[in-house]
Design a protein around this ligand. Sequence first.
Ligand SMILES: [Zn+2]
Length: 197
Amino acid sequence: MNIENRGTVRVENGRYRFNGKFHYAYPNNPIRNEDGKLMGVTNPRDVTHVHMYGGEAPFFEGLGKGKLLGTRCINPDCDANGSIFIPFRIHCPDCLSKNEIVDMTGTAQKGATVHTFMITERTGAFNTLPKPIRFVNVEFEGVPTILMGNLAIGEPKIGMKVVPIFNTVNPTYTILDLSWVPAGTDESELPEGFTFG
Ligand SMILES: [Zn+2]
């Protein structure tokens, strides 16, 4: 199948500029029952999904540079004023005003804590993490929200100290650029492409 001219997107003057092809149809196959009777067809499709980050773009750009960004409500009239949010929230959930970006890398590197965890063998489509996946809910000092993450090394335990690692060598600009390891892990043990920031 020819998939030349795969679609790419750039933004110029605030407008999306699409280039190339975003949909490819592949030859189909019949679906038959035990007697050979036609029941239907498979329809292989290859679609390039365009995922815009909007106000969350700084978070994903930050990961590849070894930074964990959160946000903070700066509205003096809001009860949540000063609250820091990780995951990154563009707007305060209490007053809906635009949050300010705060660099939480240092706080996370001093040691975040595993609030709870979950280990799964079954994953969604297109999973690229090694299985079983050790999902950890990470809690930060002074932060009222909890971040879901992937523990890349070791076995999770409630209360264990973890630090962030970042795919700074060849970033994907997705959440896969962020992972967690037990505090005290040596840099030489990190997965390929990952650094402490
Ligand atoms: Zn607020």
